[in-house]
Design a protein around this ligand. Sequence first.
Ligand code: HEC
Length: 143
Amino acid sequence: MRLRVTFPILATLLVLANCGETGSPSQAPQPTPQAQAMRHMLADVDQIRAFLYGSGNQAGAASAASDLVAWARQMPTLFPPELASRQYVDMSPERAKAATAAINREAGLLLAAVQTGDHAAIGDRLAETERNGCGACHLNSTQ
Ligand code: HEC
């Protein structure tokens, strides 16, 4: 998995915050709405990649791409630039704004490619989506 979350300090703070709570130790911390949205987007990306590698079908991939478009539309709400720049240490308001625009643009282009059914075009768009869309917030090991 090439994606790497680039907010280690936030994760540390969340862990510390959870230690301070007195609930039962077996209680798992609730993922944030942002993290839940990310899991959906990752599942969509994975499903489209699986289609490229021969499992599933085009209808399933198209439905995953539509779902990704819908989640991308939530990004500006989940990451309001001013707030996100305070919540996440390495996210300036400008970066948050550019990143939410980028994932929306990429998701739309990916959906259009998936609808053509052309494997090479879908593969290219998927790579671009990960690099320019997800990668606008997440760094990968080659960067
Ligand atoms: C606008 C910035 C932004 C974009 C764009 C973005 N992410 Fe994230 N992602 C985050 C942040 C911030 C977190 C940490 C969320 C939290 O834990 O509250 C995160 C967390 C994650 C996680 C971990 C979720 C968990 O279970 O804790 C995954 C997986 C992930 N992102 C995948 C993706 C994928 C795949 C894409 C592209 C389709 C993407 N992200 C696009 C900002 C972004």
